[in-house]
Design a protein around this ligand. Structure first.
Ligand code: PMP
Length: 349
């Protein structure tokens, strides 16, 4: 069997996430509030009328229109994906051939690299500075030198929470010829966007998802926003019926209830300030600034914190590569969850 497998796949590891049963789940950047509980009855009415013997809408038209309204663009500027992961994959399929380059600042979200390498493309990693800020000149130089097809910028960045200034993004866009993907998966927690530029520069694609701010990770609804030209290109590689009727219906329902979602986002942002203030008071822990629904901390006692959390069934995400050694990413939870974590960290440090 192994001799049949493509060489670049043999050495790869599948994406994994912790399967430990956690009582306090602060490891996956999810929204702690299950808004589906409030919307369940409406959803039951909707699915009663779904014709599940039929295929879903082929191009997610109704969902695309709702997204367009929310994002302030036309529906021709929207492509829907089975999670924004699928859109990353579609972008790579559309632009990155074998031995083509992409550029990413590091550390960043792992799937840009993973999908590129699956396709036989090459990844140029540009380290961020000590505060995890993107080094724009280095990115521009290497992208131009290697004629990179795509540059991925994650704003705010996962796993660091770092915000990339608008001028930096525009500079990278204007001084290169690459496709520039700005991943705004955590947009709702930052409230800054570059979407207004998609019809000014047709090489820009903005990625968003309903998995984070919209509390809908289980439904797998992501989207991309770009010029009509770029959306038409990416649409060529989209699988037919890529979102189930159920996911489309859930996406529409949640977008129609954006006000409820905004209330919860406000609460999460307050909890973010609370958690950061509480942890900053402790000796020996550095908290990186965050524009997201998680914070990255650094401590010599990171391993002790993680093992104490494991014992108490609190799930966090530890990092140990050369950029994020001794770092832990904490997703913002509900007040009682954050308090449980804070008192545990206090005991350890
Ligand atoms: N982009 C970033 C930066 C992420 O952190 C994630 C999820 N962890 C995704 C994209 C993918 O999200 P989804 O597929 O759930 O839309």
């Amino acid at each position: 069997m192994r001799n049949l497998v493509r060489e670049n796949i043999l050495s790869m590891k599948p994406y994994t996430a912790s399967k430990d049963i956690a009582e306090v789940k602060l490891d996956a950047n999810e929204n702690p509030f299950n808004l589906f509980k409030d919307l369940k009855e409406e959803f039951v009415n909707i699915i009663e009328n779904l014709e599940l013997n039929r295929y879903p809408e082929i191009d997610n038209q109704c969902l695309g229109e709702k997204i367009a309204e929310y994002a302030g663009v036309k529906s021709e500027n929207v492509i829907c994906g089975n999670g924004s992961d699928e859109i990353i994959q579609m972008i790579i399929h559309s632009f990155v051939d074998k031995d083509d380059y992409i550029v990413i600042p590091v550390p960043t979200f792992s799937m840009y690299k993973q999908y590129t390498e699956i396709g036989g493309g090459k990844v140029l990693e540009v380290p961020t500075d000590d505060s995890f800020n993107v080094r724009e000149d280095e990115i521009i130089n290497i992208a131009n030198e290697k004629r990179a097809k795509v540059i991925f910028l994650c704003n705010p960045n996962n796993p660091t929470g770092t915000i990339i200034k608008r001028e930096k993004i525009l500079n990278i866009l204007n001084r290169t010829n690459s496709i520039v993907v700005v991943d705004e998966a955590y947009y709702e927690f930052l409230d800054e966007t570059i979407i207004d530029q998609v019809n000014i520069n047709n090489r820009l694609i903005v990625l968003r998802t309903l998995s984070k701010g919209f509390a809908l990770a289980g439904a797998r609804v992501g989207y991309g926003i770009g010029s009509r030209e770029i959306i038409d290109i990416i649409s060529k590689v989209r699988s037919p019926y890529n979102l189930s009727s159920i996911s489309q219906a859930l996406g529409i329902l949640f977008l129609e209830n954006v006000d409820r979602i905004r209330e919860k986002i406000k609460e999460i942002k307050n909890e973010r300030s609370y958690l950061i203030e509480e942890i900053q008071r402790l000796n020996g822990i550095y908290v990186y600034p965050s524009g997201s629904n998680f914070v990255l901390i650094k401590s010599d006692k990171a391993k002790n914190i993680l093992s104490a959390c494991g014992n108490e069934k609190i799930a966090l995400r530890g990092f140990s590569d050369s950029y994020t050694n001794n770092c832990i990413r904490i997703t913002i939870g509900k007040r009682e969850e954050n308090d449980k974590l804070i008192s545990l960290i206090k005991r350890v440090v």
